[in-house]
Structures are given as structure tokens and as C-alpha cells.
Design a binder for this molecule. Structure first.
Ligand code: NAD
Length: 355
């Protein structure tokens, strides 16, 4: 088992990934600025993982900090080495993820996502830590010509957010070309959704959500009156966008499989699609969610949104082949766990109570 640094570990993907990594026996240091998350999420990670206060001190260290702060990152690596538990690998999730915001504030996205990653990588190199799993995105494929999308398909992002993810992948591939041996996995997530089955952690964006599931949940719980469906004239069977939704626990298990494979030095460089290979339209999701929750989802079809594509669907076979991972949860599990999280936490983590 290893000591790992999880950047952005308090966020949606980070918190679920931490639960799975702790359960597998890894010890974690989280660095997070809490720009889009809450410390309550990390307290709940400790709770779900059954850590006693003493174990928590050893196994789940939380540091508030920014990945662009090289001094702060350096201290994390130095302190871990001083304690005789050097950081052996990094799961890099810290970053900004709104396509719309990236269009209006591209420099902010290049600074946090690209410059932040460069800072992290240079500090890793300085401390001889060369094992990293990076949170890439299906967005880098832009408007693919055929489906399902394979890792060898062209990288042609159509928005600044996707461009920053593609740039970090290039940076990582340049490192891999260097003589010093790195072990790198770029995981290209499709659409992560759902929540931990306990209902203790889930997606809780600080601002107006950009993604379908948090919006559907917020309409179901009456936090929002109406769901805007962006475009009813896409070239799909019902005219709404089709996405490959992956349960967050499947995604978290994908991180465990990837980091373990890298730590075993099975590969130097992996780029893997992390999806299910099955697509659902927005209207199909509304229908499934209504069935599971028993709540009516009021919606309105509005204009298409800048930066969107009609279909996004993964060919996840390489992940199965290279790291023996595949998604095991289905759309009913996704709707049930999303709704459970929303019902138990109608205002997300802001209630400030540990259930
Ligand atoms: N959720 C998705 O749909 C999706 C899809 C593909 C890729 N990704 C990528 O996966 C990663 C995690 O996504 P998520 O859904 O958990 O998002 P999230 O916003 O919930 O988590 C990101 C975390 O990073 C932290 N953070 C932001 N800027 C930081 C900085 N400068 N320094 C330190 N911490 C910082 C935030 O506070 C947050 O806790 C992101 O890089 C995102 O781009 C997400």
C-alpha cells in the first residue's frame, strides 16, 4: 500500500475516489483550495471509511492549498519524506470544469488547469515522484465523426476547457518522452454522475450546476422550478443530447485500478476512456429519474448551448484490457444513488451536519 497525494480530493470525484482508496489500504494526503468543495465532504469520507480520529491523523491528511503554490506543494512532499512515508503517487483532480465559464474566462482555465498542473509536475519531479493519474475528459474529442469513441480518435477540443485538458495530456506525453521514467495514466472521463450509496457524499457544485444530474436533482427537490434542456433538434432519435453516464463509484474504482497498475510499474503511459459504452438522451434520463424518484421533473426545451456536442459515447474496452476495469453499475443505480444523496442533503453540504 502507498501514500498518495490527491489534489482536489474534497471535490465530487475526489471524495468518492478517496473512499475507495482508503478502503483498499492506501494512505492519503489531500490538497484542495475548497474553491468548489467543502471540508464537510472530507469529514464524511473519514466517517464512511470508519476511520478513528487517530487513524484519520495518519491516513487522511487534509491540507488547504492551491496547486499553483509551489512552496506549499513542496512542503507536502518534504513533510511526507521526513515522516518516512514519502508520497509515491499522485491522483490529480484539482481543476476547474465548467465549459461555459471556460468560454467567458479562458485565462483562468489555462492558469488553474494548465499552469497548476505544470507546478504540480515540477514539484513531483523535484521530489522524485513520477507516478500520476490525471483527470482528463471526453471533451478533448470535440465533435467526433463516429461512435463509440476510441482513444486513438482525433483530439480536437471545441471549447477552452477541453483545450486545457488536451494541453495537460500533451505536457504529460512530453514528460513520458523524457529519459527519466514516469508512470502516467490519463483517464478520459465521460459523464460522472451518481453518489456514494450511503448518501453521505455526492455532487454539490457551489454555483449554478452545468451538468444534467445535479440540475435534475435540484428540480426534483424543488430547489429549482424548471430544467432547461439545451436543444431539441440535435441529430439523435429524440432530438436531445446523448451522453455516456458513469456511476461515480465505478469511476472511483477506475482510479484505484489505474494507480495500482502504475505503482506495480505495469505501464509507463496509459490513455484510457472511462465510460460504460451505453448512451442515454436527456429525455431518457428525465424519464428514468422520474421512475426512480417518483417526482415529476418539469422541463423546457431551449436553444442549444455553446460548446455542446450531439453525442458522446465511450469505447471503454482499453481500460478493461490494460487495467482490468469495467463499469458494473447501471442507470437505475445512478438515479437511485443521486436521488438518495439529494433527498438526504437537500442543500448539499451547506447544512453543516454530519448525518
Ligand atoms: N465531473 C465531470 O463531469 C468531469 C468530467 C471530466 C473531467 N473532470 C475533471 O475531473 C476533475 C475533478 O472533477 P470534479 O467533478 O470532482 O470537480 P470538483 O469541482 O468537484 O472538484 C475539483 C476540486 O478541485 C479543487 N480545486 C479547484 N481549483 C484548485 C486549485 N487551484 N488548487 C487546489 N484545488 C483546487 C476544488 O475545490 C474541488 O474540490 C477536474 O479536474 C475536472 O476537470 C470532471
Amino acid at each position: 500500500m502507498a501514500r498518495l497525494l490527491i489534489t482536489g480530493g474534497a471535490g465530487f470525484i475526489g471524495s468518492h475516489t478517496c473512499v475507495v482508496l482508503l478502503n483498499a489500504g492506501h494512505d492519503l494526503v489531500i490538497v484542495d483550495s475548497f474553491a468548489n468543495s467543502s471540508p464537510i465532504a472530507t469529514a464524511r469520507v473519514a466517517n464512511i471509511s470508519g476511520l478513528t480520529p487517530n487513524q484519520e491523523k495518519e491516513r487522511l491528511v487534509i491540507i488547504e492549498g492551491d496547486i499553483r503554490d509551489e512552496g506549499a506543494l513542496s512542503s507536502i512532499f518534504e513533510n511526507a519524506t521526513k515522516q518516512n512515508q514519502p508520497i509515491e503517487g499522485v491522483i490529480h483532480l484539482a481543476g476547474l470544469k465548467s465549459v461555459m465559464e471556460s468560454i467567458t474566462q479562458p485565462l483562468k482555465y489555462w492558469d488553474v488547469n494548465v499552469n497548476g498542473s505544470r507546478c504540480l509536475l515540477s514539484i513531483m519531479e523535484a521530489h522524485n515522484c513520477r507516478t500520476i493519474v490525471f483527470s482528463s475528459s471526453a471533451t478533448i474529442y470535440g465533435n467526433p465523426e463516429s461512435f463509440p469513441i476510441a482513444e486513438v480518435d482525433p483530439i480536437q477540443p471545441i471549447n477552452p476547457y477541453g483545450a486545457t485538458k488536451a494541453a495537460v495530456e500533451s505536457m504529460l506525453s512530453n514528460l513520458q518522452g523524457n529519459k527519466a521514467i514516469w508512470h502516467i495514466a490519463c483517464l478520459r472521463y465521460f459523464n460522472p454522475v451518481g453518489a456514494h450509496p450511503s448518501g453521505l457524499i455526492g455532487e454539490d457544485p457551489k454555483n449554478i450546476p452545468n451538468n444534467l444530474f445535479p440540475l435534475v436533482c435540484q428540480v426534483a427537490i424543488d430547489r429549482r422550478k424548471l430544467l432547461n434542456v439545451f436543444g431539441g433538434d440535435w441529430p439523435t432519435p429524440d432530438g436531445t443530447c446523448i451522453r455516456d453516464y458513469i456511476h461515480i463509484m465505478d469511476l472511483a474504482e477506475g482510479h484505484l485500478a489505474a494507480i495500482n497498475s502504475l505503482l506495480r510499474k505495469e505501464s509507463n503511459y496509459l490513455t484510457l476512456n472511462i465510460g460504460t459504452g451505453k448512451g442515454y438522451s436527456v429525455l431518457e434520463i428525465i424519464n428514468e429519474f422520474e421512475k426512480t424518484s417518483g417526482e415529476k421533473i418539469a422541463y423546457k426545451i431551449v436553444n442549444r448551448r455553446d460548446g455542446d456536442t450531439a453525442i458522446s459515447l465511450a469505447d471503454p474496452s482499453q481500460a478493461n484490457k490494460k487495467i482490468s476495469w469495467r463499469a458494473t453499475r447501471n442507470i437505475e443505480d445512478i438515479c437511485r444513488d443521486s436521488w438518495n444523496w439529494q433527498r438526504l442533503n437537500p442543500t448539499g453540504f451547506t447544512m453543516d451536519k454530519v448525518i
